[in-house]
Design a protein around this ligand. Structure first.
Ligand code: SAH
Length: 280
């Protein structure tokens, strides 16, 4: 993936980045349902649930072995990922448990995979890039600790599981009920931190738990939803794919809320599924 030079770097008032004013009040009404994952189950029960839903890894493929994830971590390191906390999260979370059993064999290749309902899980190198951008550079957070995290686009829950290892708490929003339910099932047993899965329109953020130290979107829009900036804590960082008219494609946008204002940087060219409005 290519790096592009910083296109704009400026402390600016909120409405210069938004193009609009604050909209925090809208967020409360629109979230249809707030759910917590169920209490952790024993491993056997978890495996049974995954088998019943067709997402258990086929036995005999060696995917349960830590070595298979270590090889993925070595490739990420060779590709320039040097954040130990991020690499450790990739070494820990079993990506093959988040995809269909037929695709599990590809889970540790650097490839995006379908997760149903026309959505995809991003390839590990792109997820790693997003997490590294979140981890680096924020003044009010300790390196490698993302604090209170908001994720937009839960999908199958894989990135939420990584974020749980990097942050103090994670709120993850998904607009497709089918995927919201699937993620909840996939995340049973991932109780390393405080996780809240929300079914609703992530463009509205999650005002009840705001402000957030880290905000990350897994779907790309035309503009930055005002609620995300409203809900970004001072010292916090937002990373989101966004359409860049000048470039004619999606680019990762990084926004830091510094005490004196918002600082925006355009980074890597990317290709994420679209950020949509409303919930289905
Ligand atoms: N982080 C996910 C990636 C999922 S793909 C994972 O690890 O699997 C992006 C997801 O964003 C899709 O599931 C899509 O339905 C969701 N999405 C798109 N627009 C959204 C919105 N406005 N609010 C919440 N989720 C949204």
């Amino acid at each position: 993936m290519t790096r592009r030079p910083v296109q704009s770097r400026f402390p600016v008032p909120l409405d210069r980045v938004n193009g609009r004013g604050g909209h925090t009040g809208r967020a409360r009404s629109a979230l249809a349902e707030t759910l917590r994952p169920q209490a952790p189950l024993q491993h056997a029960a978890q495996t049974a649930a995954q088998q019943a839903s067709g997402r258990a890894a086929p036995s005999g493929l060696g995917l349960d072995s830590a070595a298979v994830r270590q090889r993925m971590v070595q490739r990420l390191r060779a590709d320039g990922v040097h954040d130990d906390a991020v690499l450790n999260a990739f070494a820990t979370v079993e990506r093959h448990r988040f995809v269909d059993s037929a695709l599990a064999i590809q889970a540790y290749e650097d490839t995006s995979l379908p997760i149903g309902l026309s959505q995809t899980i991003s390839k590990p190198s792109v997820v790693a890039r997003m997490l590294c951008l979140l981890c680096e550079g924020a003044t009010a957070r300790q390196h490698g600790h993302l604090g209170r995290v908001l994720e937009i686009g839960t999908g199958c829950g894989y990135q939420a599981a990584l974020l749980l290892l990097l942050g103090r708490s994670v709120v993850s929003i998904e607009r497709l009920k089918g995927l919201h339910d699937k993620a909840r099932e996939n995340l049973v047993g991932h109780r390393h931190g405080d996780l809240r899965l929300v079914y609703g329109d992530g463009r509205l953020g999650h005002a009840p738990r705001a402000p957030f130290d880290s905000i990350v979107a897994a779907a790309g829009g035309e503009d930055l939803p005002p609620a995300w900036l409203d809900q970004l804590a001072v010292g916090g960082r937002l990373v989101a794919p966004m359409q860049d008219a000048a470039r004619g494609g999606q680019v990762l946008l990084v926004v830091d809320r510094q005490p004196e204002g918002l600082v925006r940087q355009w980074r890597d060219a990317v290709h994420f599924v679209p950020l949509k409005s409303g919930a289905e």
